[in-house]
Design a protein around this ligand. Structure first.
Ligand SMILES: *Cc1c(COP(=O)(O)O)cnc(C)c1O
Length: 414
């Protein structure tokens, strides 16, 4: 019998054998690794033997975290990075060349959207489409399209991409399909289930959970046939083709660009991951309770949460995800300033982070989506009054109470 993912995450380190029988993988802070014989050092450099050489390419602590993410995504391998952005940018820098074309969802994490502008300046072409329908992605494809990039649940408006439809399309056309699984995490969804080639994570969010470490990862599901991918260097076409893509990401993306995850942060993320399943259950049920409550408030114009029957992709989310996620957003009615709502909250923290154990909220248009300007915000459906909430794991009653007292204060002063 296959054990539950929650059990397997907890025992992942020990199964690979931990030094001194420790129940945790230890924190290895060494920058360099030495060998008795020069031949052995050379063999590791030449890829004929596995081992560590210099910390920029990883160390035993980050390798243990990578193995844990591989297990969580049911993947064949993972490379970790210093942040989620480092993972996304390094993966694309490693696998794309000038003249290549990328299709991406136009509902994206703001910094990913900003990176696509940079990628365009560097000679790749990027087409942004409404990825809630695979047909829009299909129409945008060109002979030079190498990659399609989507998020499972988009931040902050919670659109759910047509993950299955796009997966089928990419498979049929031999295009690398990258799914950013940060908002759902493997506790709710695995990219492999919809045919993703690569799954990226900001490990800083739900997988770490405690808001005390930054990290990112990219995992290869083993579904993509890298022998047909034109941008791989001959040096990395070694061994089984399923490993080629990730090998180039490790060498070109991690080693050459240097966005390495520190051992200390890797260790904290690995500890956080042990309770991922428990924390996500609570965060998702808190998000659902708050979203339902807000939907009934006269001060709220709209609530965006895939767990509500009113959400346009509710049925898709119910089919694909174990729960509906910890993130939702809402728009206030005219005359209610989102700043006043946020300032009236006493327990909820005004912060830009998400996937934290604490409930966090922010005025999206005036913070994380400010720099891109009004026109871009409009194209991403981000209303000026939009408040994004990342539900934490507090007691549900305390969160409902906090929103209740805040809205009462606003009604009185309206
Ligand atoms: C936060 C986030 C990222 C970037 O991750 P960092 O660790 O903050 O660099 C990428 N994608 C999504 C969906 C995110 O929420």
């Amino acid at each position: 019998m296959t054990r539950d993912l929650s059990t397997r995450i907890l025992h992942a380190d020990r199964q690979a054998g931990v030094e001194h029988g420790a129940t945790h993988k230890p924190l290895h802070i060494a920058t360099g690794f030495g060998y008795e014989r020069a031949e052995d050092l050379a063999a590791v450099f030449q890829g004929d033997r596995s081992g560590y050489v210099y910390g920029r390419q990883g160390n035993p602590t980050t390798a243990a975290l990578e193995a844990k993410v591989t297990l969580m995504e049911d993947a064949v391998g993972t490379v970790s990075f210093a942040t989620g952005m480092a993972a996304i940018v390094s993966t694309m820098m490693a696998l794309l060349q000038r003249g290549d074309h990328v299709v991406a969802s136009r509902f994206l994490f703001g910094n990913t959207a900003s990176w696509f502008n940079t990628l365009t300046q560097m000679g790749c072409e990027v087409t942004l489409v409404d990825a809630t329908e695979a047909a829009n992605v299909e129409q945008a494809l060109r002979p030079q399209t190498r990659m399609v990039f989507v998020e499972t649940i988009a931040n902050p408006r919670t659109q759910v991409a047509d993950l299955e439809g796009i997966g089928k399309l990419c498979h049929a056309r031999g295009i690398v399909y990258i799914v950013d699984n940060t908002l759902t995490t493997p506790a709710l969804f695995k990219g492999k289930a919809v045919g993703a080639s690569l799954v990226v994570h900001s490990l800083s969010k739900g997988i770490c959970g405690h808001g005390n470490a930054l990290g990112g990862s990219v995992s290869d599901t083993g579904l993509f046939d890298w022998s047909s991918y034109p941008n791989l260097l001959p040096a990395y076409r070694k061994g089984p083709p399923a490993n080629w893509g990730l090998l180039q990401v490790r060498k070109k993306g991690l080693r050459d660009l240097g966005g390495t995850l520190s051992a200390e942060h890797g260790h904290r993320i690995a500890t956080g991951a042990e309770t991922l399943m428990l924390r996500m259950e609570r965060a998702c049920s808190n998000a659902l309770a708050l979203a339902r409550w807000l939907e009934t408030s006269p001060l709220v114009a709209k609530v965006h949460y895939p767990g509500l029957a009113s959400h346009p992709q509710h049925a898709r989310a119910a089919k694909l995800f174990r729960h509906f996620g910890g993130l939702f957003s809402f728009e206030t009615v005219d005359g209610i300033d989102p700043f006043d709502v946020l300032n009236a909250l006493q327990l909820v923290i005004k912060s830009s982070h998400l996937g934290d154990n604490r409930t966090l909220a922010l005025p999206a248009a005036r913070t994380i989506f400010w720099e891109m300007g009004e026109e871009m915000r409009r194209s991403m459906d981000i209303a000026d009054s939009l408040i994004r909430v990342s539900a934490g794991i507090e007691a549900e009653a305390d969160l409902l109470d906090d929103f209740g007292q805040a809205f009462e204060t606003l009604e009185m002063t309206k």
